[in-house]
Design a protein around this ligand. Structure first.
Ligand SMILES: [Zn+2]
Length: 645
C-alpha cells in the first residue's frame, strides 16, 4: 500500500499533538511544553513531555518518543499505514494512494462501512431496549442488577437487550431505512431456507457487544434469560466482513490501556468473567468468548504485552482449556502463567463472596508458572501413582519442547526437575528427544504475514539496539555530533557559514562507523548541497519511522550519554549545549577522531599478534607509532579545549 509523501506531510501538519495525546492522558501545560504521566508505563510523577511546536513527544521514564504518527502506532498498536489512515480520518484528510490498491480497498472498505453502520444501529437499539423498554428493564436490566453490575460498567461495556420478538430489530431497521441485505451480512437476521422468511437472530437475550481494538462493535454475544431448554445459553454472531472470530478478544478495547500499564493480561472464558474482573478493578482482563483460544487471539494480545495469565474455572473443562492455552501461548513465544479459583468459583462469584480486594489478593498469591501449575495438577490427581507421575512429567516436557529459546528451555527443565525431584540430566535427555522429533516434522505455520508493518522493525528493536550500542563510546559520540547537526546545523556561525558546514568540514576525511548515522550524515549533506533549507523538523517527521524515532530520541533535551565519559556534571553539560555548541562540538569531534585512532591501533595490535610474516611487523609497528603521535596531538588539543571551558 503506497501512500504519497504529500499526504503524510499533510497529516503531520494537521495533527494537533496536544489534542491527540490529550485524548489518552491528562496533559498539563508547563512552559513551552505539555506534560503528564506516561501512557506507556506506570509512574507517579510525570516524565512524559509533549512539544507542540516541534510536533514531538518523549517519555524520559521509558524512552518512548516520536511524532503524531508514532504516537498512534504505539497507543493503538497499529501499523504505519493504519496509523496514517486513522489520523487522516480524524483530521479529514483524503489520502492519496496508488490507483489499483485504492479501488480494491475502496470496495472492501465501503462494504465494511455499510455493515458497520447497521452494526452500530443494532447496538444502539439493544442498548435502548435495556434501559427504555418495559421488557428490557424488567428482564434484562434486572438480570444485570441481580448480578451486581454497576451502572457505569453496564454503560462502558455497552450491554443491551434483544426483545422477545421475531422481528423487533427488523421492524426498527425498516423504520430507519436500513437495507435488509446488510442486516443479513452483519449476521443480525437469519433466513429460513424453505420459507425464505427472515427473522432476528437475537431474541429474548441480554447482549454483549464485541468490539475491535479501536472500539467499534463488530459482533454480539447474547445470553438467554428464559428457561427454554431447546435454546443454547449463549449464542454469538457468525463471522462477517467485520468479525473474524479467531482474532477478536472480548474486552480488549476496554482493557488495552490497563494491559499496557500492568504489562500483563488475564485471559478468561466468558463475558461475565471479564466484566466482573473490570468491576473488581482488575481491568487488564480479556476473554476468548465464542471460541476456544486461538493463535490469532494470542498474537493480538501479544501486541500489548508478552505476559499472559490464564484464569479459568477449576472444573475439568476449565483445566483442559488452561492446558491447551498454555501450549498455544508457549508456542507463540509469549510467557504464560495460570491461576485457578477455588471451589468452582468464577471471578464474578468470588468477588461477590469475598470482595474485590480479596479477589485481587488471591490472584496475586496463587498465580503459578506453567510448570508448577501442571505439576500441581499431577500432585492432586495421583501423587502416589508412578504411572500418573511419569505421564505428567511427560506432559510438562511436551510443553517445554514448544519453547523455541534454548536458554528458556533449560531454565524450565531445572525448575521441573526440582519440582519432581528428578535428575535434570534424564529430563534434559528426554526433552531433547522431543525437540528433535519436532524438528524432524514439518512445522505448522504459526506466523501469518504481518498486516502492514512499517519497513523496519521497531520500536522494541530500536530500544535493544540502542542499549546494546550504548556501550560504545564511538556510537555515543557519533550520535552527539548528529544531534548537534540536526538541532543546530542550520544556524549560522558567520554570514553564510553554517554550523553544518563546519561539521562537514571538520569531518571531511571521516566516515561514521554506525550505519544509521552514516546514512543521516549523507542525507543531510546531500540536501544541503542541493540548497535545501535544513530544519530540525525535517528529521522529526522523516518518512523513515526508525530514523525518525532515533532522531527524536537523540535530540530530546538532557541526554546523559556523553556525560559518562567525561568529568563534566550534568548541569554543566546541559548549559553548554545551547551556549557552547561550537566548543563542545569541536571537543566531541576531536574525541571521536581519537576514538577512531584508538580503535585502529587496537586492530593493528591484534594483527601484530597473529602475524606470520615478519617483514610486515615493522610496517605495522611504524603505522602504530604514527597513529600514536597523532593521538597524542589530539589528546593535547583535547586537554587545552577542556581548560577553556
Ligand atoms: Zn514512559
Amino acid at each position: 500500500m503506497a501512500i504519497s509523501r504529500a499526504s503524510i506531510d499533510q497529516i503531520t501538519v494537521a495533527a494537533d499533538l496536544v489534542g491527540l495525546i490529550g485524548e489518552y492522558t491528562n496533559l498539563k501545560k508547563k512552559g513551552a511544553n505539555w506534560e503528564s504521566n506516561c501512557p506507556f508505563h506506570e509512574e507517579k510523577s510525570p516524565s512524559f513531555k509533549v512539544n507542540p511546536a516541534k510536533g514531538i513527544y518523549k517519555c524520559f521514564g521509558c524512552g518512548k518518543g516520536g511524532d503524531a504518527i508514532s504516537f498512534v502506532m504505539d497507543i493503538e498498536s497499529m501499523g504505519y499505514v493504519d496509523a496514517l489512515r486513522f489520523l487522516a480520518k480524524k483530521y479529514n484528510i483524503t489520502l492519496e494512494e496508488s490507483e489499483t490498491d485504492l479501488k480494491e480497498e475502496k470496495a472492501k472498505q465501503s462494504e465494511k462501512e455499510a455493515v458497520q453502520i447497521v452494526m452500530n444501529f443494532a447496538q444502539e437499539f439493544f442498548k435502548r431496549n435495556l434501559t427504555e423498554s418495559e421488557e428490557g428493564k424488567s428482564i434484562g436490566l434486572s438480570y444485570f442488577k441481580e448480578r451486581g453490575l454497576r451502572p457505569d460498567i453496564i454503560e462502558s461495556f455497552g450491554l443491551g437487550y434483544a426483545l422477545n420478538e421475531w422481528d423487533g430489530l427488523m421492524k426498527e431497521a425498516e423504520r430507519k431505512k436500513h437495507n435488509p441485505d446488510l442486516l443479513e451480512k452483519a449476521g443480525l437476521i437469519l433466513k429460513n431456507e424453505e420459507t425464505h422468511k427472515t427473522y432476528d437472530r437475537f431474541r429474548s437475550r441480554v447482549t454483549f457487544p464485541i468490539l475491535n481494538v479501536s472500539g467499534k462493535v463488530i459482533a454480539f454475544g447474547a445470553r438467554m434469560l428464559g428457561t427454554d431448554k431447546n435454546q443454547p445459553k449463549y449464542i454469538n454472531s457468525p463471522e462477517s466482513v467485520l468479525y473474524d472470530k479467531s482474532s477478536a478478544l472480548y474486552g480488549l478495547f476496554q482493557a488495552k490501556q490497563a494491559i499496557r500499564v500492568a504489562d500483563m493480561c488475564y485471559l478468561t472464558e466468558g463475558y461475565m468473567d471479564v466484566i466482573a474482573m473490570h468491576q473488581a478493578g482488575i481491568g487488564n482482563t480479556v476473554a476468548s468468548s465464542g471460541t476456544s483460544l486461538t493463535e490469532g487471539q494470542i498474537k493480538l494480545v501479544g501486541r500489548f504485552t508478552k505476559y499472559l495469565t490464564l484464569l479459568y474455572d477449576g472444573d475439568k473443562a476449565g483445566i483442559k482449556a488452561s492446558l491447551r492455552g498454555i501450549d498455544l501461548i508457549v508456542a507463540a513465544g509469549l510467557n504464560v502463567r495460570a491461576v485457578v479459583l477455588p471451589d468452582g468459583h468464577d471471578p464474578d462469584s468470588y468477588a461477590k463472596a469475598f470482595g474485590a480486594t480479596a479477589l485481587a489478593e488471591f490472584l496475586k498469591s496463587n498465580t503459578q508458572d506453567f510448570i508448577s501449575f501442571k505439576a500441581g495438577l499431577a500432585a492432586g490427581e495421583a501423587a502416589a501413582d508412578p504411572f500418573k507421575k511419569a505421564e505428567s512429567i511427560d506432559s510438562i516436557l511436551e510443553t517445554i519442547s514448544l519453547v523455541s529459546d534454548v536458554i528458556k528451555r533449560s531454565v524450565f527443565v531445572t525448575e521441573a526437575s526440582r519440582l519432581f525431584k528428578m535428575s535434570e540430566e534424564a529430563m534434559t535427555e528426554s526433552l531433547n528427544l522431543k525437540v528433535f522429533e519436532k524438528l524432524r516434522k514439518p512445522k505448522p505455520r504459526i506466523d501469518q504475514p504481518p498486516l502492514d508493518l512499517p519497513p523496519l522493525e521497531f520500536p522494541d528493536n530500536l530500544q535493544t539496539q540502542k542499549f546494546e550500542e550504548k556501550k560504545s563510546i564511538i556510537y555515543d559520540l557519533e550520535s552527539e555530533i548528529v544531534r548537534v547537526l540536526i538541532l543546530h546545523g542550520h544556524k549560522p556561525i558567520e554570514d553564510q557559514f553554517l554550523i553544518a558546514n563546519y561539521i562537514f568540514e571538520q569531518l571531511n576525511d571521516i566516515e561514521f562507523k554506525t550505519d544509521i548515522f552514516k546514512r543521516l550524515m549523507n542525507e543531510y549533506s546531500e540536501r544541503l548541497d542541493f540548497g535545501e533549507e535544513m530544519k530540525t523538523e525535517l528529521f522529526f517527521h522523516h518518512s523513515d519511522e526508525f530514523l525518525k524515532r532515533l532522531v527524536i530520541d537523540m535530540c530530546s533535551p538532557f541526554q546523559e550519554k556523553i556525560m559518562r565519559y567525561t568529568e563534566r556534571s550534568f548541569d554543566e553539560f546541559a548549559d553548554m549545549d545551547e551556549q557552547n555548541v561550537s566548543k563542545s562540538l569541536y571537543f566531541n569531534i576531536l574525541q571521536l577522531k581519537k576514538q577512531y585512532l584508538l580503535q585502529e591501533m587496537e586492530e593493528l595490535r591484534q594483527k601484530l599478534e597473529n602475524l606470520v610474516n615478519e617483514e610486515e611487523e615493522l610496517l605495522i609497528l611504524t603505522e602504530i607509532h604514527e597513529k600514536k603521535k597523532i593521538e597524542m596531538e589530539l589528546s593535547k588539543e583535547l586537554g587545552s579545549v577542556m581548560n577553556h571551558y
